[in-house]
Design a protein around this ligand. Sequence first.
Ligand SMILES: [Zn+2]
Length: 486
Amino acid sequence: MLIKPFRSFESNTTTPPIWRRRQLLCAGASVLLLGLLPKSAYAASILGVRVWPARDYTRLTIESDQPLAYTSRLLQEPERIVVDFKGLTLDTTLKALVAKITPNDPQIRQVRVGQFTPDTVRLVLDLKDAVKPQVFTLPPISNYRHRLVFDLYPAIPPDPLLDLIAKTEAKAMVNAPHAPPGLTGPKTSAPLDPSDAFFERFAKGETPSSGTSDLLAQQKNPQDTARAPSTRAGDDKYSLSQQTPAKAHTVRLLTIAIDPGHGGEDPGAIGKKGTYEKNVVLDIARRLRTKIDALPNMRAMMTRDDDYFVPLHVRVQKARRVEADLFVSIHADAFITPKAHGSSVFALSNHGASSTTAKWIANKENTSDLIGGVNIKTQDKAVSHALLDMSTTAQINDSMRYGNYVLNEIGRINKLHKNAVEQASFAVLKAPDIPSVLVETAFISNPEEEVKLNTPAYREQMANAILRGIKRYFSANPPLAKNKML
Ligand SMILES: [Zn+2]
């Protein structure tokens, strides 16, 4: 393995005087001391190194059998982070980090590592652009020993709302009557769900919820006018007061926040055959997103769309940032006994859990932050926790109604663990203003259900069932107009 020399870049004893002076000036002006040496250094061994690149942030984790004695500095021109490990000898595990940096990593350009002095290993993270690093340690938990974590946030963080607006504009172009060739997707011949009647009316702005405050202008697809929604059999009781003539109008898109559980350092539950919950739920979430984005009047926002960890309160923040109409968290957890099977749907509770199983699962889900690893020193924690205590009875009632529609649809494709929406204190369901449910798609700890979760057809059926539940909820509970421009 090629370990690039870094001494000429980072050592004050060998750098040219001009560069050294510049570096010292830089040190005086903007070097951040990110870590401090503990009083005593131990002879620690590195157990593993992991990199989770993502647009939100890139995480680099160094796991060791004992806490590491380290100092880290953020340097500029060029942007880089220099980490010195005291009392450490360079080994193959740490060297392996060099090859783990991928070209598409949004934050890290390359990693250099070497034995800087007889008792110091130096690690240099060369960055693609300016970052706001968070460096912190995590105590042993679950299967992990001591972890040293570098979370590298881009100086200008991606905004889920701006991403969604960009996606919506692209969708408006596709739906425009004279969209350029290649922008329109293939025509689908899937049979219409009965609740599609509602969405056709919603698309035409023919619900009381649309009006002057519906701000997102969208051209009507001329094909829609050829259909006769009032004659379509539907199971929703919602009736039109008056047919309106076809004309250009304004509607808003219904926004669904899809939350694939776990990710990155947090694998979620692991099946006997080695299936990772974080991977199967991401696949189901992506399928659901594709289906939602293919509908003319809905759009999806994923709280994560790759294999990296998102803290529970950040998932809620992202959904609130885009003013989501509904939130669905997707999971496939294990239980203490492999016999437990069947799908479940959960909503928040403000009066304790509805069963001991629900309480057990909620407690397990809520440990995600400890396993995934959050920096407890981050300032916004107090704020986010205050927000999470604002959940209302109205939100819970809406979530129960929404959960029932989803549960009924899932009951058509898999056995149900319980015939009712369960309730417990899930941290991820605490958006005070968004009806939120958590779907346990199956028990990954049940051998037959692990096989199911590994079957693309089952994951497709699950995504379809969740979507049908969402559509039926909307058709029975027409969404209100929103006041803010999205
Ligand atoms: Zn889970």
